[in-house]
Structure formats: C-alpha cells, structure tokens
Write a protein that binds this ligand. Structure first.
Ligand code: FAD
Ligand code: FO1
Length: 455
C-alpha cells in the first residue's frame, strides 16, 4: 500500500466511468521505485482498469538546452522499453501539459489521473492548469522526497538544523523499501513514443550547449553509478574527500536524481545497508536527505526561490548596505560565461561545468561567491549564477541549484558572518581557503584535460 500521506488530491472531480487509469509522468522519469507510478497501478487494480503512462514534451522548458534534452530524451527511451516489458502503454505527446493532458485524458477515456510532485513554479502551474480543466480526479504524489514535503514541515524552514529533526523523526515511517510494479495483462492500447525518435533533431531550443558523453543517461546507468558509489566511493572515504575537487569522490548521481531517473529513497536504503563507516554514511545521508529535502522545502514555500527577494532579511539588508562598495573586478555575464576572469581557479570551475555538465560541489560555492564579489549588484549576481547554472549543469533547473546559489550569494540556510566589503555578513570564501583544503593546481590540470577550445 502506498502511504496516504504521500498523496494529495488536486481537484474535486468524481471518478468517471472511464476505460483507463493514467500516470502523467513529469519529474520522476523512471519505472522502478516510483511512488506515483505505484499509486496509479494501485488505483488501476482497485478499478480493474488498465494502467497507461503519459509524458508531455515541452520544447521550451526554462533554462534547458540540447544538453539537458538529450539526457532526458534518452532516459525516456529507456522508460518506454521498461514500460513495454510490463504491458503498460507509454504515450508521449509534444506540447503544453494543460492542453496535451486534457486531450490525452479524453482520447484514452481516463477515469483517474495521477501525477508526481515538484515545488517549482512551472510544475505547479502545469498541475493547476490540468486539475482545473480535466473532469476526473487528479492525484499528486511526492515521489521525490523520502519524507513528503508537506509532511516534513508546514513552513519555510530556517536552516538544516531546523528541518533535520523533523525529517529524522519521520524516517522510520517513510524510509521503507519499494514494492515492485506488476506486469499487467496485455491490452489493446499501443505505445506512442514516435515523437521521442525525432525530438532531438527537431529540437528548437539552445543547441550551443552540447550533450556530454561522460554521463550515460537512463535508469540502468543510474543504478550502475549507484552501485559503483556504494561499493567504491562511499566506503573509500566520502566524508573526507567529498570536498576535494582534485579527486572524484562524489556519487555523481545528481543528473539522474534531477531527471528522476533514480529514486533518492533507493539511494538512501543502499547507503544505509552498505559496508561504509558510520561517519561516511552520516556525511552522505546529510547531503542526500537533509540538504536535498531542505531545498524542496525552500522552493515549495518561497515563491522567490530563484532570485534576490527570497534571501533572508538579514542578508538582503547587509548586501544592500554594501551595494555601493567598490568592486575591484567587474565582469559581464558573457565574461563569466566564457571563463574570462582574472582568476584561473574560477575559470577552471566554469570550464569544468561547460565541458562536463557537472561542476564539483565544493567549487560551486566558490564559483557563486566570486560572482557576488565581481558583479555590480547582488541581484545581478544571483541572476547570472542561476542563468549559468541552469544552462550548463546537467543537474540544473533544480531546487538544489536555486538553494545552492541562494546559500552562496544570499546567506540562505546560513548565518551572519564577520562583516566585510561587498559580502556584508555573507560567508566569505577566497582562493587561500581553497589552497589550504586541496591541491588547486591538480584541479586546474584535471579540468585542462577536458580542455577543448570552448566558446
Ligand atoms: P554528492 O555529494 O554525491 O551528493 C549526493 C546527492 O545529495 C546530490 O545528488 C544531491 O541530490 C544531494 N546534495 C548534495 N549536496 C547538496 C547540497 N549542497 N544541496 C542540496 N542537495 C545536495 N545540486 C543540484 O542537484 N543541481 C544544481 O543545479 C546545483 N547547483 C548548485 C549551485 C551552487 C552554487 C551550490 C553551492 C550547490 C549546488 N548544488 C546543486 C548542490 C550540490 O553541489 C550538488 O547537488 C552536488 O554537487 C551534486 O553532485 P553529486 O550528486 O555527485 O554529489
Ligand atoms: N518535464 C516534463 O514533464 N516535460 C518536459 O518537457 C520537461 C523538460 C525538461 C527539461 C529540462 C529539465 O531539467 C527538466 C525537464 N522536465 C520536463 C522535468 C522537470 O524537472 C519536471 O517537469 C518538474 O515537474 C518541473 O517542475
């Protein structure tokens, strides 16, 4: 049984007679370990109606590029194969969900519709539009967070230390294993994923950001990455080495998590069962569960999650007090984007993101804080950081990214520090701090290895 707390009804329509039950897949683009898909199957069994799955492909998703579409489309092709093995029809249509989902529900005579949860304004707009227009019940399932965002807290949390006890006290209830999705008997409803075949050639968005080879998309690749992390990296000293960008001691699961190609709950279960030390497990679960679910909390309760207005009041005041401070260096978005600053370390981080689609987590803090230091205003700094992060990061366009930028530039989920020019009371970072922590030259050399002539 799917836990009731994980689901919410989004409209007050009655179950229609109908011939099918549909799951409108959006944030959680996977077949295994997907509470929304499992819930839809539970309803289809209760109503004794075949389960089908919809996906609407918009061509103008904010901040996305050929790089993110390529990763997503190839992941969806694998979803199509996995659903076919279970006799579950997968129907992909191009266009805005408000219109596409309405016509799909009519065409397939859907009696009940289930979808997954996202705190971002685009997902909420889509779900609101569909909930109003369709004449059948629409259920929303939080299949991303281990503790559903509306269970963890009913308000915007101040910091990790305030949400941690609320999440930890609910893990026994929610951090459970997953039932398997059942194969259903063959139906006469056929798959329709033709638009996946030609969607990359016809992609009309930003083609300047090329797909990356180093991350193979899809559920299978994600589980292989998880297995490698659990057996080699986590026990090998994740806690100590995760903040050393010159070595690769992270899970590298964020692109798969962002596109929902793997379940955070599955990762947490595997990490807890692993042979790694308590210290390594604790360090990883703090990031995977507390930090990540704090990010969904922020984006769910703060409408200005991706701009200066969302910052804590103390930080906004302090940054405003220092907006007139003299900037020793000032760069335009174009100079940041093409890694043309005076700082070779910052440039290496920018190149790592452009060339690989994934900047090392420790460098992201330094990268964003230097954008604050070298931009005309903090408002502009946040704008630039979000634009570049969404454009080049495979894991971009994600609550973690908006929170990461707001933590670095606007003191979100942090505390006031010793006051200084430009930063005010925002935590400061500089290259000496990096040099004390890791071998900066070998990080720069590592990125140069990827070096092809960029923009
Ligand atoms: P691991 O250390 O293996 O972490 C595993 C998972 O835990 C991550 O995939 C992520 O889901 C979660 N996690 C780890 N660190 C954080 C964190 N600080 N906040 C929230 N969740 C975390 N993360 C994104 O997913 N997308 C982004 O666009 C993004 N942009 C960022 C921008 C800035 C300025 C900063 C400071 C951080 C950003 N982060 C972002 C958070 C973090 O850097 C990445 O999640 C992490 O580096 C992803 O690599 P990984 O999965 O190998 O990390
Ligand atoms: N989700 C969709 O349902 N349809 C899309 O066309 C789509 C494109 C897309 C592009 C880049 C990206 O990073 C994510 C994308 N997503 C898409 C997934 C997105 O995370 C979820 O739709 C969330 O629900 C958005 O709030």
């Amino acid at each position: 049984m799917i836990q009731k707390e994980r689901t919410r009804i989004l409209n007050d329509k009655n179950v229609a007679k109908g011939e099918t039950v549909a799951y409108w897949m959006s944030r959680e683009q996977r077949v295994v370990d997907n509470w929304a898909l499992l819930y839809a199957q539970q309803i289809s069994e209760d109503l004794n109606l075949p389960l089908i799955v919809f996906f609407t492909l918009t061509t103008n998703f904010p901040g996305s590029t050929l790089r993110s579409y390529d990763f997503m489309i190839n992941g969806l092709k694998e979803v199509a194969l996995n659903l076919e093995d279970l006799n579950i029809a997968f129907i992909v249509s191009v266009g805005e969900p408000e219109t596409e989902i309405l016509s799909l529900c009519q065409r397939y005579n859907v009696s009940t519709l289930v979808t997954d949860f996202s705190p971002l304004r685009i997902g909420r707009k889509w779900r609101r539009g569909v909930a109003e227009k369709i004449n059948v019940p629409l259920y929303e399932v939080d299949a991303r967070n281990i503790v559903p965002v509306w269970c963890a807290s009913d308000k915007k949390e101040f910091a990790a230390y305030t949400i941690r006890p609320k999440i930890q006290s609910r893990l026994d209830l929610h951090l459970t294993t997953f039932p398997s999705l059942k194969k259903q008997k063959k139906t006469n409803i056929s798959q329709d994923t033709t638009c996946l075949e030609n969607s990359l050639e016809n992609y009309s968005g930003d083609k300047s950001v090329k797909p990356v080879e180093i991350f193979k998309p899809g559920e299978r690749a994600a589980l292989e990455k998880l297995d490698y992390f659990i057996t080699k990296i986590l026990p090998g000293g994740y806690a100590d080495k995760r903040n050393d960008p010159s070595v690769d001691f992270l899970s590298n699961l964020s692109p798969y998590l962002h596109f929902g190609q793997i379940s955070a709950q599955k990762i947490a279960l595997k990490a807890k069962q692993s042979t790694a030390s308590e210290d390594n497990k604790k360090s990883f679960l703090e990031e995977l569960i507390i930090r990540r679910e704090l990010a969904d909390n922020y984006c769910y309760y703060e409408k200005n999650y991706d701009n200066f207005e969302g910052f804590p009041d103390w930080a906004k005041q302090s940054l405003r007090d220092h907006t007139q401070d003299k900037r020793q260096y000032l760069y335009s978005l174009e100079q940041f984007e093409t890694a043309k600053t005076h700082d070779p370390i910052w440039n290496a981080a920018q190149k790592e993101m452009i060339l690989t689609g994934k900047m090392h987590g420790y460098m992201r803090m330094y990268w964003a804080k230097k954008i604050l230091e070298w931009s005309q205003t903090p408002e502009e700094a946040m704008k630039f950081a979000v634009i570049l992060n969404d454009k080049y990061e495979l894991d971009g366009r994600d609550p973690n990214g908006y929170v990461g930028c707001a933590w670095s530039i606007g003191g979100l989920h942090d505390r006031p520090w010793f006051e200084r020019p430009i930063f005010g009371k925002i935590r400061y970072m500089n290259d000496n701090g990096l040099r004390r922590r890791f071998d900066v030259e070998s990080y720069i050399a590592k990125v140069d290895k990827y070096q092809i002539n960029i923009i």
